[in-house]
Design a protein around this ligand. Structure first.
Ligand code: ADP
Ligand code: ZN
Length: 214
């Protein structure tokens, strides 16, 4: 089963994708994570994308489609979770073609609806564990008092360069202009289910589980 998690920056796609990996052994394909890896590795492509990402703009379709193509051709999984991809109609068409070429189908698109106010608060309070990637939030899920990651015991936490209010405004505008048309696109294909992304993390987790078990 292959699914897309769709939603604005900060909607909780990454957090829920990690649960799906845990709960169902699916494989998470996050273009944001792949691009950050490329950035950290200092490759030519990494340097090109770093600046674009820091501003909160979208990286070119060509680059992200290339990243996804490579994964789909090389990783064997019993289900992919597309997290942060597709973000444009061109990416959505490319994904359909890539899945078809691999003899795979897209089973569901889960739209995680969250209002903009909550997004700003979530994102500016966000940090992640440097070793395992567990996501924390200063207000709703603080780093344990002993300073150790609850999941892996790691003691280094990072904040993303683009998790500031300025770049978030751009990310939100990019979302409304370029990504939100995908809601209509997948609705018309009969794939879309909207869930409330504002609930408790575990309620959202359960809601996504119900969509997948339908
Ligand atoms: P968020 O959803 O919180 O904004 P992501 O980690 O998914 O975070 O993405 C971070 C940044 O990476 C985006 O703002 C954009 O610059 C780039 N990016 C990620 N995925 C894509 C994509 N599918 N197409 C274009 N740019 C992307
Ligand atoms: Zn950790």
């Amino acid at each position: 089963m292959n699914i897309i998690l769709l939603g604005a920056p900060g909607a909780g796609k990454g957090t829920q994708a990690r649960y799906l990996v845990e709960d169902r052994g699916m494989v998470q394909l996050s273009t944001g994570d792949m691009l950050r890896e490329a950035k950290d590795s200092g490759t030519e492509m990494g340097n090109v994308v770093a600046e674009v990402m820091a501003k909160g703009q979208l990286v070119t379709d060509e680059i992200v489609i290339g990243l996804i193509r490579e994964k789909l051709e090389t990783v064997k999984a019993n289900g992919f979770i597309f997290d942060g991809f597709p973000r444009t109609l061109a990416q959505a068409d490319a994904l359909a073609a890539l899945l078809q070429a691999e003899g795979q189908t897209l089973d569901a698109v889960v739209e995680m609806a969250v209002d903009d106010e909550a997004l700003v608060q979530r994102i500016t309070a966000r940090s992640t564990c440097g070793s395992c990637g567990e996501v924390y939030n200063d207000i709703t899920k603080p780093i344990p008092a002993d300073g150790k990651c609850a999941k892996c015991g790691g003691t280094e936490f990072k904040r993303r360069a683009d998790d500031n209010e300025d770049s978030l405004r751009t990310r939100l505008m990019e979302y409304y202009k370029k990504t939100s048309p995908l809601i209509g696109y997948y609705y018309a294909k009969g794939k879309l289910t909207r869930i409330d992304g504002l609930g408790e993390i575990n309620d959202v987790r359960a809601a996504i589980g119900r969509v997948l078990d339908k």
